[in-house]
Ligand binder design. Structure first.
Ligand SMILES: [Zn+2]
Length: 116
């Protein structure tokens, strides 16, 4: 969310890493992709720049338009297990949409870390 706010009014994009088992995907961290390209229409980066052992789950990116639904182009470029879309104003998890690679909305929960 804070990354999205920093990127606004452009799209921000982050890689999700973590683990998945038995149909449950757990995101444990995010990585700013190398050489990310930000634009107001689309965010992308070069996959070949990623380390081979990357525990990659999918991509999170922001929609400055505020619509937390995947665009047609998002679905064309969907990869990984999940796609997370953050809609402006990026205030809390109600601004989040989580989708599978077919663009179907999937349930999610946000866990707070112990420190908070
Ligand atoms: Zn998008």
């Amino acid at each position: 969310m804070s990354y999205s706010r920093m990127a606004y009014p452009e799209e921000g994009i982050l890689l999700l890493r973590g683990k998945s088992k038995k149909g449950v995907v757990e995101v444990t961290g995010v990585v700013v992709p190398p050489a990310a390209v930000h634009s107001q229409g689309y965010s992308s980066f070069n996959w070949w720049m990623l380390p081979v052992d990357f525990s990659y789950l999918g991509v999170a990116h922001s929609h400055p338009s505020g619509v937390a639904e995947p665009s047609h182009q998002d679905l064309l470029h969907a990869s990984g297990k999940i796609m997370v879309i953050m809609g402006y104003p990026y205030a809390n998890e109600s601004c989040l949409g989580v989708f599978d690679h077919n663009g179907n909305k999937v349930p999610f929960e946000v866990r707070r870390s112990q420190a908070e």
